[in-house]
Design a protein. Structure first.
Length: 647
């Protein structure tokens, strides 16, 4: 069947794009729309055209899979111009998402109406590009420069109501979109239509506006190039004639499309979409998940409970006594209250989230749970005791998961009846925010249980990555190696602050030493001490020396750095310099890019080992772990991509 079809409804035509899954603007769709404009312009019985889409969404953008290939005409900018120039005015009827090139096609239409749940956006910067079919030029003419800057430099779509307020759409159509859009079109055609967007005037803001915007956008971009380039395009659109602005946008788009950043972001885009549905589980049906339990209401347990509630699942939260349970519920309340004060949740929604949590101190409350996630203290004896209780209290087919970061899930599951329903689910803190979920099956875990882990990730909107069993799984194992390499640099004489600055310059929010000060040096120290006590040879680290001197990080007023009381700003520490002086070889001159290269190379080398051992399935999985769990700059694509290991 054709991807673009024309139907007639009296003197109006309905042009439907039907190109599953998301109606992307592949060459055949562009050609189909072009042909439709030609056909309908030549049809004397037609006064106007409603553009609508089949399936779950309006056109979600250019076809990203075409980006690496030679462009095929008609090109999208020409198509948008063609639609705008049509003798019979086009009216876009938007449902789902009108994104990127999809919204640009809508900008070529004379009027835009949307269904209530629809959203519109120009998310191109997330792919390392700018809108390439007039988004930066037509949006300021439609909705003003400030609105265009917000929409385009953040890449965040806006819901129909806000889009209406911003002037991005003309009306919201309740009920049936096709019927509503046809009615709207009939009425609109009775009066003079608004001018085509490209000929509307645009008011250029003053220099102060651009200075402020540049500062804000650069800060949020954290090294990504596209948002600032998009801002330049919008400025050009505000200050130069139309044709010049369009040419500038096109050139910027083409430059960026061929950039490393765009290649990296595209790779991440497709990896993220592949991750929730691994090929090897294609034919496996997950267990239904309607009732979920969490054992342990500390920071991690409360965060997991919040994530489950955000996904609409009722949660039973278990603690060992009433006081601990009360503390846990208090933590949970704090999470939802925080979301309210940040404007992410209404007070009613927060109350509803909390109301969906049933606290209990008796495991019997988990009798009907489909899945229970254990998130208690990282101590093997404590965890085993929990699973012994779960074995007694839960249904024999309930999936039982451990949220361990370092322990061997096989040891935790020892003695568990029906071990095929056991699995590791490693969340990252704060669990309701961080997207990564490492899914760790044991040799006994059934494919069904594994598929249930992935199904849970989909429900929670997480990025799941399957990891094999080893100390630290994928992410913490790479972290350990990177930290060791960072310490090695310090031993060679690179200042601590230079290592951190190098990683910030690379695109991380924080360097490895600052991050340890924030999280506390003692947890890793205690692990090393545990391993030493168990007879393993674990060489002394610089971190060990600091912890032994009472420097556990910000919480003790100092770790790798000193902190003034009440401040989180790291200051070079004379005490640390003195403590470590005997171990520091001298002073080496390494510039920041060389420092970062060395640490990233170590991460990637550990990635190689992890792949060779079968702990991770693909380099893309490793990159997703680093981006979503460890703050690796997305626009670099992850350590494997950045070091050329993904081809
Ligand atoms: C652009 O438009 C540039 C122009 O300005 C200028 C050009 C000159 N292309 O996310 P989902 C696939 S740049 C190709 O799971 P959802 C996706 O890979 C583009 N394929 O669905 C997946 O495939 P599979 C600007 C695409 O319902 C399937 O569709 N637009 C594209 O959760 C389902 O995806 C964007 O950046 C694409 N553009 O969410 C929009 N988009 O099933 C990006 C998706 O084989 N897309 N696929 O794994 C989205 O944000 C979401 O897909 C959307 C639906 C919200 C639309």
């Amino acid at each position: 069947m054709s991807v673009v079809r024309i139907e007639r409804d009296g003197d109006l035509a309905v042009v439907t794009v039907d190109n599953p899954p998301v109606n992307a603007l592949s060459a055949s769709v562009r050609q189909g729309l072009w042909d439709a404009a030609e056909t309908l312009d030549a049809d004397p019985g037609i006064r106007g055209v409603v553009l609508i889409c089949a399936g779950r969404t309006f056109i979600a953008g250019a076809d990203v899979t075409e980006f690496g290939k030679p462009p095929v005409p008609p090109h999208l900018p020409d198509l948008v111009n063609r639609i705008e120039a049509a003798a019979k005015p086009w009216i876009a009827a938007i449902h789902g998402s009108a994104l990127g090139g999809g919204f640009e096609v809508a900008l070529g239409c004379r009027v835009r109406v949307a269904a209530e749940g629809a959203s519109v956006g120009l998310p191109e910067v997330n792919l390392g590009i700018v809108p390439g079919a007039s988004g930066t030029v037509r949006t300021p003419r439609l909705a003003g420069v400030a609105a265009a800057v917000e929409l385009i430099t953040t890449g965040k779509p806006v819901k129909a109501a806000k889009a209406r307020e911003m002037g991005l759409i003309d009306a919201i159509v309740p009920g049936d979109l096709r019927a509503g859009a046809l009615a709207f079109a009939r009425q609109a055609l009775e009066a003079p239509l608004p001018a085509p967007v490209s000929v509307r005037p645009v008011t250029a803001p003053d220099e102060g506006f651009w200075t402020e915007a540049r500062g804000r956008v650069a800060k949020a971009a954290k090294g990504a190039a596209a948002p600032l380039r998009a801002l330049e395009c919008i400025r050009k659109a505000a200050e130069a004639p139309l044709a010049e602005a369009l040419a500038f946008e096109r050139q910027t788009f083409l430059d960026l499309r061929g950039s490393d950043q765009s290649a990296a972001l595209r790779a991440v885009f497709f990896a993220e979409r592949a991750a929730p549905r691994p090929a090897h589980l294609k034919d496996v049906t997950p267990r239904p998940l309607t009732r979920v339990g969490v054992v342990g209401a500390g920071t991690m347990g409360a965060g997991i409970a919040a994530a489950l509630r955000d996904a609409g699942l009722p949660v039973t939260l278990i603690e060992r006594d009433a006081a601990a349970l009360e503390r846990g519920l208090h933590t949970l309340r704090g999470i939802f209250d925080g979301a309210v004060s940040r404007g992410r949740l209404t007070a009613e929604a927060a109350a509803d989230r909390l109301a969906g949590v049933t606290g209990a101190t008796d495991y019997a409350a988990l009798a009907e749970a489909d899945l229970v996630i254990e998130a208690v203290f990282e101590e093997i004896g404590v965890k085993r005791a929990v699973f012994a209780e779960l074995a007694r209290a839960c249904r024999p087919d309930a999936v039982l998961a451990t949220n361990t970061s370092y322990l061997d899930p096989r040891a935790i599951a020892e003695g568990l009846p029906n071990p095929d329903r056991f699995i590791g689910l490693h969340f990252f803190s704060p669990a309701n925010v961080m997207k990564l979920l490492e899914i760790v099956p044991t040799p006994d875990t059934s494919p069904e249980t594994l598929a249930t882990g992935f199904a849970l990730a989909r429900m929670l909107g997480k990025v799941p990555v399957q990891a094999g069993i080893c100390e630290g799984f994928i992410g913490n194992r790479i972290l350990k190696r990177m930290r060791a390499a960072a310490e090695a640099l310090v031993r060679e004489g690179v200042p601590i602050a230079e290592v951190d600055a190098a990683m910030r310059d690379y695109g991380f929010a924080m360097g490895p030493f600052e991050a340890q000060d924030l999280g506390g040096l003692d947890i890793a120290y205690l692990q090393r001490e545990g391993a030493r006590a168990a007879g393993r040879t674990v060489p002394e680290t610089l971190g060990d020396i600091l912890v032994r001197a009472g420097r556990k990080g910000q919480k003790t007023g100092g770790g790798w750095y000193d902190y003034a009381p009440g401040s989180r700003a790291p200051m070079a520490s004379a005490a640390v310099a003195k403590l470590l002086a005997p171990l520091i070889a001298g002073k080496v001159a390494l510039d920041r890019p060389a420092i970062a290269d060395r640490l990233i190379a170590e991460m990637a080398a550990e990635g190689d080992t992890i792949l060779a051992e079968g702990i991770a399935a693909t380099p893309a999985d490793i990159d997703l772990v680093e981006i979503h769990g460890y703050g690796f700059p997305r626009w670099r694509g992850g350590p494997m991509f950045a070091t050329g290991r993904r081809g």
